[in-house]
Design a protein. Structure first.
Length: 208
């Protein structure tokens, strides 16, 4: 990264690259690597199901998206370059939004969703995931960024598996402060639902 920054600075001084292009590159790098750091940190909390962790995740993604939008103004490239992948996800999001619209059924104004609060939470989290997907699809344009993304997936997957083994052999059968934090017999590694760990493992093995 330092070598790339030095090369950009040399090009700027030589007049071969504009200042707006340099600012765009810095903003895109900031958005991309901040998103990778956010993904890594989001995998750490146990279950990642608490309200504070979800709120922090969505807030951070929105801040990163702001950087991404600002970078677009410096090169004029459109958002959602990969519409064929993003728009179906947006359609699913639209379906969720329809379910929380209060329809006039008598005087109740009932919604289609049985639990509108849970649906609203899904909309917030899923919106953050769609934004993350757009950023990764649009900014993973160099081998350095692609390698960084691959390393992130491997790191989270392997670290989760190692932690899961440690939890089984050292935490589930002991009476410590850390052991009391986990639900013995439920979940694996930092996941409350074992299936979620399997999804992560499939992602890691598939990439390998």
């Amino acid at each position: 990264l330092l070598e790339n920054n030095k090369r950009r600075l040399d090009l700027l001084l030589s007049g071969k690259v504009s200042q707006s292009r340099l600012v765009k590159d810095y903003l895109e790098n900031a958005a991309f690597y901040l998103l990778l750091a956010t993904i890594f940190l989001a995998a750490i909390p146990y279950g990642t199901v608490d309200g504070w962790s979800k709120s922090f995740l969505v807030l951070t993604i929105c801040l990163i998206a702001t950087i991404r939008v600002i970078s677009v103004f410096f090169n004029g490239s459109p958002l959602f370059n990969n519409g064929s992948l993003i728009f179906p996800l947006a359609g699913l999001l639209g379906l969720a939004i329809i379910q929380i619209i209060p329809w006039s059924v008598g005087n109740s104004g009932a919604t289609i969703s049985f639990d509108s609060d849970a649906t609203k939470n899904f909309i917030l989290i899923f919106s953050g995931l769609i934004i993350s997907a757009e950023i990764l699809l649009s900014l993973t344009t160099t081998q350095i960024r692609l390698k960084a993304l691959i390393i992130l997936v491997f790191t989270v997957g392997v670290s989760s598996a190692v932690f899961g083994i440690i939890r089984v052999y050292f935490f589930n059968n002991s009476k410590t402060a850390i052991s009391s934090y986990f639900s013995v017999g439920d979940g694996f590694a930092q996941f409350i639902n074992r299936n979620h760990f399997v999804y992560l493992t499939e992602l890691t093995i598939g990439l390998l």
